[in-house]
Design a protein around this ligand. Structure first.
Ligand code: KIV
Length: 316
């Protein structure tokens, strides 16, 4: 089956969300109608599926993958191959949400042609429906959009610029910088960007740009006035092993839940409390009797394939 072969009619209707597939034009329509856009990062099948079923509108396979999944110090190390691998997993899980893949550091910095080629790979090899590009790269956004690939821009605190910025600092903190940010947002929209992530900027700057811009803004650390909000999944559920940034709200404590599950499992194994007899497979009474009186016939009982689906059949 092709990666992109999903029927919009199959889209899960969850949490009251419309079952219709979310597209980039649909995001624009949401802005027009004043409907807020919910977005979250996703990196694997299980969590992407749950987020999609919960009615999240946009799932971004962010290059934050480098940090929250792969344990790197910043986002710079993640490769195209790693991003493609995780985008495929998310794409397999999602029926309704828009799947956006993040162009990793180095995948477009060598020039527009390289950027377009890598954007095409996300669509062709991983089923992405849009790609995200950090920074004011107007020409690249224009050419990728002309290649029929919707683009989400990303301005403000752009983590791939960590060395140039001298750390993860709030951007656009004075009137001049806000004017530059506004001009960049307008130029990105003119170049064809279908939406723009605004990260780590003052609420007032994000609010003013959102009010004027025709395409939706999606904020992270940009205050409540954007057209949508995005958070990193691991921040949302406390899986980051670090104090949360000011803009993060924890909606669950997956770390506590998992720690407790792992500890209880280990204790049960150590005390031989797991597995119990009810969690074991049994020979029938007749076979048990045969087992102790008849010698094992040559080859019997060897190379049995254990198939989880077949086990139930075998038991009944
Ligand atoms: O990579 C990422 O997770 C992102 C979001 C923070 C917008 O770019």
């Amino acid at each position: 089956m092709s990666l992109t072969q999903f029927n919009a009619g199959d889209a899960a209707s969850a949490a009251g969300a419309p079952a219709t597939k979310v597209t980039v034009p649909a995001l624009n329509e949401m802005k027009r109608q004043g409907k807020i856009i919910s977005a979250l990062t996703a990196y694997d099948y299980a969590t992407a599926r749950l987020a999609d079923e919960a009615g999240i509108d946009l799932l971004l396979v962010g290059d934050s993958l480098a940090m929250v999944v792969l344990g790197h110090e910043n986002t710079l190390a993640v490769t195209m191959e790693e991003m493609l691998h995780h985008t495929r997993a998310v794409r397999r899980a999602v029926r309704r949400a828009l799947v956006v893949a993040d162009m990793p550091f180095g995948s477009y910095h060598g020039g527009v042609a390289e950027g377009v080629a890598n954007a095409v790979r996300f669509v062709k090899e991983a089923g992405a429906e849009a790609i995200k590009i950090e920074g004011p790269r107007f020409e690249l956004v224009r050419v990728v959009t002309e290649a029929e690939i919707p683009v989400v821009g990303h301005l403000g605190l752009t983590p791939q610029s960590v060395h140039r910025m001298g750390g993860y600092r709030v951007q656009a903190r004075n009137a001049n910088a806000v004017r530059r940010l506004r001009a960049d947002a307008f130029a990105l929209a003119d170049a064809g960007a279908g939406a723009i992530v605004l990260e780590g900027v003052p609420r007032e700057a994000a609010a003013a740009i959102t009010a004027e811009l025709a395409v939706p803004t999606i904020g992270i650390g940009a205050g409540p006035d954007c057209d949508g909000q995005i958070l990193v999944f691991h921040d949302l559920v406390n899986l980051t092993f670090a104090p949360a940034a000011k803009f993060v709200r924890r909606y669950g404590d997956a770390a506590a839940l998992l720690r407790s599950a792992f500890e209880r499992y280990r204790e049960d194994v150590e005390h031989r409390a797991f597995p119990a007899d009810q969690e074991s497979y049994h020979l029938s009474k007749a076979e048990r009797e045969v087992l102790w009186v008849e010698p094992v016939r040559d080859g019997e009982g060897e190379d049995q394939v254990v198939n989880r689906d077949a086990l139930q059949e075998w038991e009944s």
